[in-house]
Design a protein. Sequence first.
Length: 566
Amino acid sequence: MVVDVLHTRKMNLKQLDLQKNIRRGVLWGGSWAIVAFGLPAWSFVCSAIASCCGYALFWISLQDVQSRKMRFWQAVAWFALVQAVQFSWMTATAYHGGYILLVYIAVLLWLGVQFGVMTLLLPVDSSPSLVQSIACASVWTLLEWSRLFVFCGLPFNMVGYALTAFSPSSQFAAAVGVLGLSFIVMVLNLLALKCLQQHRLKDIGVYFGGIVLIYGLGWIHLQYHQRKMEKNASFYEVALVQTGLRPEQKVPLRDQEHLFISPFEQWINIILELENSDKKQWNLIVLPEAAVPYGAYFAIYPIEDVQEVLKTLWGTSCVEDLPKLEENVHEVSNMFWVQALANHYRSEVIIGLDDSDEILDTWYNAAFYMPPHVKEVQRYEKCILVPLAEYLPIKWLEPLVQKYGITNFATHGRQAKIFGQAVPMSASVCYEECFGHFMRQGRKQGAKLFVNVTNDGWYLPSKLPEQHFHHARVRSIENGVPLVRACNTGITAIVDSLGNTCARLPAQEDGAIIQGVLSSRVPLYHYSTLYTVWGDALIVSVCGVGVLVWVFVYGVLRKGVARSYE
C-alpha cells in the first residue's frame, strides 16, 4: 500500500512537471511569436500586444527557473530568435554573398546578450517593485541607446517601435523619441509581469491605467494638432519617382551585364513616368538614392542625342529649358538631365547621385538640390555610412569585401544641410532617417520638410522596405515635420507631421517591383516638439536617474539596514 501511494505521488509529480513544461513552452513560444512579429511591418495587432505584455509573457515562463545562469541563456536565445525574424532581411545573400550571414548572426547574439543582461536584473523569487521596474526599463533603454554608437550605429527594431502601430500611442515620440517609447514598452511589460504573478486588483488597476493614459494622452495630442492642421491648411505639390529597378538593371554587376539598362534608357523611363502622371506641375520632384549610374558629373551622354530625345518627349519648345552649355561641349552628365527637369517642370529637384572629388581623391553618396534656372547646385554628403558597403570599419576586412567587388569607399559628410527656396528642406540618404538624433539636426537648422532618398533594392525580397518606412515615419512625429521619401524599389510615400501616411506607392504588386510616380500634396503643417529641443538627452537622463535610484535603494539602503541589525 505504501508503495502504491509513493508510486501515485511520483506519477502526480511527473504529470505536474509535464503540465508546467507544457505551460512554459506555450508561454515561451507564444510570447516569441507575438514579439517577433510585433512590429508594424508585420502586424499591427501583434505590435499592440507586444508593447503591452509580449515580453511579460516570456518572463512569466521563467518563474520556475531558479538558476540565474539558465534564465540568462534562455533570455539570450529567446530574444535572438525574435531578432532573427525582425532582421531576416539580412539573409538576402543575392548581392552580398555569404558574409552578410556572419553579420546577421553577430547581430542576433549581440542583441540577445543585451536582453539576457536586462533579464538578470529581474528578481527571481518575487515580483518587481516599481523602483525595480523603472530601473530595469532604464537599463534596457540605455542599452538600446548604446547601439547607436557601435560602428555606424544600429537603430533598427528598437522595442519602442511596437508602440507606433497606432497613431495615438506613437505620439509620445514627440516628447521622448523612440528610445522613450522603448522605456514605456518595458515599464508596461514589467507592470504586466507583476499583475500575472500577484493578481492583485491594485496592480491590475495601475497597469490598465497606464495603458489608458498612454493612448488617451496620445489621442488628445493627435486631435489637437489635426484640428490645427485643418485650420492652417498649406500644401506642397510633389512628384516622387520610384524607378523600380533591381541592382543588376541599375548598375552593371559582374556576370550580369546583359541585364543592365543603359542610363540613357533609364532617364527616358523616368521622364515618361513623369509625363504619364495626371499632374505635371509640382513644387518639388524627388528621385531616389543613386537614381542613375555613373555619378553626377561624369559626361557620358552625347549632347545631340539628349537634345533629340528631350525634343521628342517634351516638344521642340523645350530647347529654351535646356541648360546653356559652353562651346565645343559634345557630351553631358546626369546633372544636365537634372537641370533640364527642373527648368522644364519649373520645379525644385532633389536627386540621389554619387559624386567624387578628384583633388581630394574622395567620393560621396550624396543628394543634390537643383532649383529651376539656377546654375549653382547644392550637395549634401551622406553622413552615416553603412559598414562594409560604404566604408570599412576594420582594415583587415578589406580582402573579404574585395571578393565581392567593393574596392572603393565613400567619405563621411560632416553635417545636415538645408535646401529649398519656399520651404526649408533637410535631405537624408537611406539609412540615415532611422537615426532620430541625426534627423533632429536638420530640424534644429530650420527644416520644415524632411526629404529622404533611398535604395533598399539590395535586400530583395524581404521586409526591409516596409520596416524602413515604418521607422522613417517616427522621425516625423519626433520632430513635428512632414516627410517625403523617394525609393528605388519602395516604399515611396508622403507622411504628415503626426506620422500619418498621406499617400504611398507599394513596393511590389503580383511579385513585380512597382515603377511609377507618386504625385500628391504634402501638408506642410509643422510644430515644435520637446524631442527637437532635448533630443535623446531627456530620456537618457531619466534612465540614468532611474538606475542611480535603484542602486541607492537596493545598495546603500540595504547595507545600512543590515548594519543596523548587527
